[in-house]
Design a protein around this ligand. Structure first.
Ligand code: C5P
Length: 395
């Protein structure tokens, strides 16, 4: 076992991949709900503000862990200010400027994700977004010089196919529900989410001691939500396709910086890299998103217009997911990350079966089997490469 991949005896690769699978399932459902739920005090929150807050939260958490690391390595009497200044110096030393590239790409990708999920249903978004499996593989080959065997390419193709199959029943189920009688079954799904939201806001209200009863709040929220007519499917599809291309490029750029630092440079920890990434993301998120795109509206109705418990949950899940992605990229790689998130589709479907009476069909089971087979096939080691060629190249 690789000792570097163990943290206090915990196998980081496996743990981060499993956590990412669950995080991804929850994130898409919560994000979609945050964009379609009834308006909060007549407002829909600005996605630019949530993209910015996501980066602020990641920066705070990464800085806290980086400071903890530095203080554990420092002598017991080192003042806190010198540990802080050491972090700032490391953050801006050497090749830190390179992080501005994935930072700008990720900010754009996160904004596109909100645009896509506002205009496409969760299932369509999730299946189309899986095209990032292919873009990531292509960028890994071009930029990291990764060589994928025919077997690995075949398993990537198989994975894409399996993911597409898994999505079929969800889509058809939704259409039938919308078309038949009064949409009774669709209401079950919505009501379940409504209940989760109400439960959450009730918990927060009890903690904060708000006087308005939770039930009254729930009725108020039923008044206006996004209807399918307000969505623009082609815009959603274009957004998700561009997000796929950027996801591959951003992920591989980050992996390259993380794993291929110049040998002359002092190694930089993952948490300092995350601080750099979030720090550089603050600029496009604030100046382009908050000021330029939404500035006029925000100055009228406020930064936190339309915020409630659900929006905060979506932001926290996204920030947590971002940090998990960083761990996965460090201890495994971008391609393994995509396998974990594609398995999350199965987890989402199982959750839908439980919460929303989603029917598990034969087609769904076939798709699942294909995804599992592809994951298994990909994880099998290839035949060792001809070492002689490598030796010639290196000498
Ligand atoms: O969809 P995809 O897997 O490409 O999404 C990656 C997500 O992880 C993005 O939302 C990005 O902001 C986040 N991330 C992060 N920190 C990293 C790497 C990725 O927050 N070091």
């Amino acid at each position: 076992i690789d000792r570097a991949a163990l943290l206090g005896g915990v196998p980081m690769k496996a743990v981060s991949l499993v956590l990412l699978t669950f995080q991804n399932s929850a994130l898409i459902l919560i994000m979609r709900y945050s964009r379609t739920m009834p308006l909060v005090n007549g407002h829909r929150f600005f996605s630019s503000t949530s993209v910015l807050l996501n980066e602020v939260i990641k920066l705070v958490i990464s800085a806290a862990v980086a400071l903890y690391d530095l203080s554990s390595n420092a002598s017991p009497n080192t003042p806190a200010t010198s540990i802080l200044s050491e972090l700032v110096t490391t953050m801006f030393a050497g090749d830190s400027w390179k992080l501005a590239i994935p930072a700008a790409l990720y900010t754009l990708q996160n904004s596109l994700q909100y645009l896509a999920v506002s205009n496409l249903d969760a299932a369509t978004f999730q299946v189309t977004y899986q095209l990032k499996i292919l873009t990531t593989a292509i960028f890994s080959v071009i930029m990291l010089g990764r060589v994928l065997s025919v077997k690995k390419w075949a398993s990537l193709g198989l994975l894409t196919l399996g993911v597409a199959i898994v999505q079929l029943p969800q889509d058809t189920a939704q259409v039938t529900i919308e078309d038949s009688k009064t949409g009774e079954e669709a209401k079950i799904g919505r009501r379940a989410l409504e209940q989760i939201g109400a439960l959450g806001s009730f918990a927060v209200r009890s903690l904060l001691g708000s006087d308005a009863p939770a039930e009254q709040h729930l009725y108020a929220r039923e008044s206006k939500s996004v209807t399918p007519e307000e969505q623009n499917r082609s815009l959603g599809l274009i957004a998700v396709l561009i997000a796929c291309a950027i996801s591959g490029l951003a992920g591989v750029t980050f992996e390259k910086i993380l794993k291929q630092s110049p040998p002359s440079q002092k190694p930089v920890s993952l948490w300092v890299r995350n601080c750099q990434l979030s720090f550089f993301s603050l600029f496009p998120a604030f100046f382009i998103g908050v000021c330029w795109v939404d500035g006029k509206e925000i100055s009228k109705i406020g930064f936190f217009a339309g915020y409630n418990f659900v929006v905060w949950t979506a932001i926290m899940f996204q920030a947590g997911g971002g940090l998990l992605v960083a761990l996965v990229i460090k201890y495994a790689d971008n391609i393994a990350k995509n396998f974990a998130t594609s398995i999350s589709i199965i987890v989402s479907a199982l959750a839908s079966a439980y919460f929303f009476e989603f029917q598990i069909t034969i087609v769904y089971m076939i798709g699942t089997a294909v995804v599992i087979a592809a994951t298994f096939l990909y994880s099998q080691p290839d035949a060792p490469p001809p070492t002689k060629t490598v030796e010639y190249e290196e000498s």
